[in-house]
Design a protein around this ligand. Structure first.
Ligand SMILES: Nc1ncnc2c1ncn2[C@@H]1O[C@H](COP(=O)(O)OP(=O)(O)O)[C@@H](O)[C@H]1O
Ligand SMILES: [Mg+2]
Length: 228
């Protein structure tokens, strides 16, 4: 589905990623690493918000490295940025409608999301800016899912969210992964990330320093790789 080959990327003259590769063999991949390691930059390069200076992003066998983000969305990628982003002045429902409008099954997808995330149904007419962090994260994920992606790119979906809602969001991600959706997940909760992922990569200073299979058995190896 997604394969990243030797990607170098950064911002202007600042290099951040130095030859990052992720093999295409796993459906759910966790990207781990400390703050500033380049995790978000890698996700931005994957969706096309950052253009690699070198390397290739393959999606479904197609080289999408030079494609604009919306073209990648059309091909089945969806991206949920770090920080529970939505349009704060619009209601929950309006945020969903923005994505659903123009899609033949838009109404059905909204109904599906309101069923999946009961809090969004409960606060359908509330401005998104007044939702809790967890609810805004659910809204951001719902917006992504309305586009019926084949690959969901999630940047720290549980960051800054109260523990009760963290469990709900984790359950959603597990459910989506078990339902066959491919997921590229950046997550600080290493235990959960390994549980969800088939493969993981550890990034440090823009390089992959460790990679392996998901599962709790990898916890020790990941902790060792991240102690520096
Ligand atoms: N928009 C930006 N412009 C310039 N530098 C940035 C930008 N975003 C991130 N960086 C820098 O790139 C490096 C990696 O950041 P980031 O990809 O956000 O790491 P992580 O998500 O792992 O915390 C950091 O040194 C950060 O300061
Ligand atoms: Mg980040």
């Amino acid at each position: 589905m997604l394969e990243i080959i030797d990607v170098h990327a950064g911002y202007g003259r600042t290099s951040v990623l130095y030859g990052v590769s992720i093999p295409g063999s796993a459906k759910v991949v966790a990207v781990l690493g400390h703050n500033g390691a380049g995790k978000s930059t890698l996700l931005r390069a994957t969706i096309g918000l950052v253009r690699p200076t070198h390397g290739t992003v393959l999606f479904d066998g197609e080289d999408v490295t030079q494609l604009a983000p919306h073209r990648r969305v059309q091909r089945g990628m969806a991206y949920v940025a770090q920080g529970q982003q939505s349009f704060g002045q619009l209601t929950t429902m309006e945020n969903l409608q923005l994505v659903a409008d123009g899609r033949s099954n838009g109404r059905a997808k909204i109904a599906e999301m309101l069923e999946r995330f009961p809090a969004l149904a409960q606060f359908a007419t509330r401005k998104a800016g007044l939702l809790s962090g967890g609810q805004r994260q659910q809204l951001a994920i719902a917006r992504a899912l309305i586009t019926e992606p084949k690959l969901l790119i999630l940047d720290e979906p549980t960051e800054g969210i109260q523990p009760t809602i963290v469990a709900e969001i984790e359950a959603t991600i597990m459910d989506l992964a078990e339902g066959g959706l491919s997921v590229l997940l950046v997550e600080q909760h290493i235990g959960f990330a390994l549980e969800a992922a088939e493969k993981y990569v550890v990034l440090a200073s823009g390089r992959v320093t460790q990679t392996g299979f998901g599962g709790r058995a990898s916890l020790g190896a990941v902790r060792d790789a991240m102690v520096i």
